[in-house]
Design a protein around this ligand. Structure first.
Ligand SMILES: [Zn+2]
Length: 646
C-alpha cells in the first residue's frame, strides 16, 4: 500500500495535460485543451482537458477523471499500479505503507498462488516442448492440427504428465508449499493423498489483462469415457471464471487497433484465429458471457462479433443470453460459419486471406440475424410467430441507446412485415415494466443524465431518490463554499454567514435523513465531517479521491453542461442576482430531496399497512403516520410552487 502523503505528492506532480499529452496530441482552446479521444473512435475532437480542475472529460463517450484515472483507463492498470506508473514518471520515491495483518495475509496468499501458477506454466511448457511424454502425446496433438511453435509459445500452452501426482510431487520437491498448490487448484488433496487435477491434459493458461497466469483450462488427450473433455481451475483467490475471458492478454492491442473483438467458444479456436493472422479474438469458454466479461471487452471496443458454427440447434441455443451484450450497449454482429465447422476447423480448410474475407463478407447485424433465423423456424405457424416477435422485441428493448432502438424497430418491421408502431408499442410496454427495469437497470449510465433536464420524462420512471440525492451532492461539490445568506446581528453588528454546505448539512442532519446511493452517502459524510470542522468542501478532494466511484461521479458532476444560469433562464426572470439564484436553487433542491425521501417512506408505509391488515391498532397508527406525511408532502409542494415539477 502506498501511504497517503505519497499519493498527494503524486497527484500534485501529475499535471493532467502533461500526462495526457504522452498519449494524445492536445490543442489549446481557451482555458482548456482539446484532442481526439483515445478511448473511442472519433474524427472531430470532443476530448477535453481542464488544467485548472486537473481533469479530462470526453463528451463523446463520457469517460472522464483525474490523471490517475487517465492512466488506469489508458494503460489498463489498477489504481495502485497507476499511482506507481506516475510516481516513476515524476521520479517520486514512495514507501509502501504497512498493511493490516489481514491485508498482508490476503496479499501473500494471492502472490503465493501467482508464484505457483507461474511455476506450473513453466513446468507444463517444458513438458510439452522437451518432455518425452509431452512430445509424444501433447505436441503431436498440436502438430496434427497445424499449430506453429510461435502461437504455442505466445499462449504458453503446455502439457501435464499422465502420472497422477507427477506435477505435485515435482512442485513439492522444488519447495512449493502444499497449501498453495491446493489453493491454486492445481493439486487436489484427498485425505492426505495429493494428486494433479490436470494429469494427462494439454494445458491452456488463462492470463490476466497484465499477463499473469490466473488459472488453467486442461483438455484430455487420450480417449477416456470417464473423464471430462475439458477441466478448468475452480474458483480460487486469483481466478474468477466470470471475470476473465480467454485470450484477452494476447488480444488487447489487436482489439484496440481493429476496434472490434471476435468472440469464439474454445481455447483452440482462439489459437487457430491467431494462426490465421486474426489476433483480436477472445473465448468465452463455452458459457454465456457475464456482465463483467462484457465490460472487460468493452474497455477495448464496443464492437463485438460472435462466431457460430452453422449447426442450427447450436445457433439457436447460443442466441439465448446474448441480450446481455446488447444491454451493455455493445454493437453485436454475428458470423455464421458453414455447417459443422468451427473457427478451428474452418480456418484450416481455407487460406488466411479467404478466412479473413469470409468473416468480413458474412458479418450480419445481430438483431437482423436473430430475426431471420427465428423467422425461418416460425414459417407460418402463428403461435411460434408470436413468440418470435416477443423474443425480438425483448432484444430490442434491452438496448440502452434510444437511437439504436429506433433503427432496429424500423428494420424489424420490414423484416417481419409488421407495422413499426406495433413493434414500438411492444418495446415501450416492455421498457415500462418494473420487473423488466429492475433486471435491466443501468445505474451508471443513467447517472450521467443531468438531473434537471429530464424532469418530465422522469415521471414515467420507477420512483427513486437517486436524482435528488445526486443534485444535492452536485450543489455541495460545486458550490459548497459559496455564501447564500448573511445575517448581521442588530446590536453587535456581527455578521453570521451561511454557506451552501452549512445549509444543506444542517437541513439533512436535523431531519436525520440519509442517502440511499452508497457513493453519495459516503461523499456526504465526508462533506459533513469537514463542515463540522469549519472547512468548505473542495472539488479537488473528490476529483482526486482514492475511491474511483467517487472521483468519476465528481468529474461527471463538474463537467455537466448545465450551468446554473442556463437552468434558471428557462424558469423565469424573477431572480435577479447570482447569489439569490443560488439560494433559491439550494433551498428548492433540499425541499425536493425531502419530498422524495417522504415519498419513499410512504411507499414503505403502504407495504407495511398491507401487511398489518389483521392488526387494527397497528394499521391505524401506520395510517396516521401516512396521513402526516401526505400533509408534509403538500406543504413542500406548496413551498416549491410551480418552480419545480415534483
Ligand atoms: Zn471518448
Amino acid at each position: 500500500m502506498i501511504d497517503h502523503s505519497t499519493i498527494e505528492r503524486i497527484f500534485d506532480a501529475a499535471q493532467i495535460t502533461e500526462v495526457v499529452q504522452e498519449f494524445v496530441s492536445l490543442k489549446k482552446r481557451g482555458v482548456n485543451y482539446l484532442g481526439l479521444c483515445p478511448f473511442h473512435n472519433e474524427k472531430t475532437p470532443s476530448f477535453t482537458v481542464s488544467p485548472a480542475k486537473g481533469i479530462f472529460k470526453c463528451f463523446g463517450c463520457g469517460k472522464g477523471g483525474n490523471s490517475v484515472n487517465f492512466i488506469m483507463e489508458h494503460e489498463h492498470l489498477s489504481y495502485p499500479e497507476a499511482l506507481k506508473w506516475l510516481a516513476k514518471k515524476y521520479h517520486i520515491e514512495f514507501e509502501e505503507k504497512e498493511a493490516s495483518a489481514e491485508e498482508i495475509q490476503k496479499q501473500n496468499e494471492r502472490e503465493s498462488i501467482l508464484v505457483v501458477t507461474q511455476y506450473a506454466t513453466r513446468e507444463f511448457t517444458e513438458n510439452l516442448f522437451n518432455g518425452r511424454e509431452g512430445i509424444a502425446l501433447g505436441m503431436s496433438y498440436f502438430r496434427e492440427r497445424g499449430f506453429r511453435d510461435a502461437v504455442l509459445h505466445k499462449f504458453e500452452v503446455g502439457y501435464c504428465n499422465e502420472k497422477r501426482d507427477d506435477f505435485t510431487q515435482k512442485a513439492l520437491g522444488a519447495g512449493y508449499k502444499k497449501e498453495y498448490l491446493v489453493q491454486s487448484g492445481l493439486t487436489i488433496d484427498k485425505e492426505n493423498y495429493v494428486f494433479d487435477r490436470f494429469a494427462g491434459r494439454i494445458m491452456f493458461p488463462i492470463h490476466s489483462l497484465s499477463g499473469q497466469v490466473l488459472g488453467f483450462g486442461g483438455r484430455i488427450i487420450k480417449k477416456d469415457p470417464h473423464a471430462a473433455k475439458y477441466v478448468n481451475t475452480p474458483e480460487t483467490e486469483i481466478y474468477h471464471k466470470s471475470r476473465i475471458v480467454y485470450g484477452i492478454f494476447q488480444a488487447r492491442q489487436a482489439i484496440l487497433h481493429a476496434d472490434r473483438c471476435y468472440l469464439v467458444e474454445g481455447y483452440t479456436d482462439v489459437l487457430s484465429m491467431h494462426e490465421a493472422g486474426i489476433e483480436n479474438v477472445v473465448a468465452s469458454s463455452g458459457t454465456a458471457l457475464t456482465q463483467e466479461q462484457i465490460r472487460l471487452i468493452k474497455r477495448f471496443t464496443p464492437n463485438i462479433t460472435m462466431l457460430y458454427d452453422g449447426d442450427f440447434a447450436g445457433v439457436k441455443a447460443s442466441l439465448r443470453g446474448t441480450d446481455m451484450v446488447l444491454e451493455e450497449g455493445m454493437n453485436v454482429r454475428i458470423v455464421l460459419l458453414p455447417d459443422g465447422e468451427d473457427p478451428d476447423s474452418y480456418s484450416k480448410k481455407i487460406s488466411n486471406e479467404e478466412f479473413s474475407k469470409y468473416l468480413t463478407d458474412n458479418e450480419t447485424d445481430f438483431i437482423k440475424f436473430k430475426t431471420s433465423i427465428l423467422l425461418k423456424e416460425a414459417k407460418s405457424d402463428p403461435v411460434t410467430r408470436a413468440n418470435l416477435v416477443r423474443d425480438i422485441v425483448h432484444s430490442i428493448a434491452v438496448i440502452p441507446d434510444q437511437i439504436s432502438r429506433t433503427i432496429y424497430i424500423k428494420e424489424c418491421s420490414s423484416q417481419l412485415n409488421m407495422p413499426e408502431e406495433v413493434i414500438l408499442d411492444e418495446v415501450m410496454k416492455l421498457r415500462k415494466q418494473q420487473s423488466f427495469r429492475d433486471r435491466n437497470a443501468f445505474p451508471v449510465q443513467e447517472s450521467v443524465v443531468p438531473s434537471w433536464q429530464p424532469v418530465k420524462e422522469e415521471k414515467k420512471k420507477p420512483f427513486t431518490t437517486f436524482y435528488s440525492e445526486r443534485e444535492i451532492i452536485r450543489l455541495l461539490v460545486r458550490y459548497g463554499g459559496e455564501i447564500i445568506e448573511r445575517v448581521a446581528d442588530k446590536e453587535s453588528g456581527i455578521e453570521t454567514v451561511t454557506t451552501v454546505a452549512d445549509y444543506i448539512v444542517a437541513q439533512i442532519t436535523d431531519d436525520e435523513l440519509d442517502f440511499d446511493e452508497p457513493v453519495f452517502s459516503s461523499m456526504f459524510s465526508e462533506i459533513k465531517f469537514h463542515n463540522q470542522q469549519g472547512l468548505a468542501p473542495n472539488d479537488r478532494q473528490f476529483i482526486n479521491h482514492p475511491d474511483p466511484a467517487i472521483s468519476s461521479i465528481t468529474v461527471d458532476l463538474l463537467t455537466e453542461k448545465y450551468q446554473l444560469s442556463t437552468i434558471w433562464k428557462e424558469k423565469g426572470t424573477w431572480v435577479e442576482t447570482e447569489d439569490m439564484k443560488l439560494k433559491i436553487i439550494v433551498t428548492d433542491t433540499v425541499l425536493k430531496f425531502k419530498g422524495d425521501k417522504i415519498k419513499t417512506m410512504q411507499r414503505d408505509l403502504q407495504k407495511a399497512i398491507l401487511e398489518a391488515a389483521d392488526n387494527q391498532e397497528l394499521t391505524e397508527q401506520l395510517l396516521e403516520k401516512y396521513k402526516m406525511m401526505t400533509t408534509l408532502q403538500k406543504e413542500i409542494s406548496t413551498r416549491l410552487g410551480d418552480r419545480i415539477v415534483l
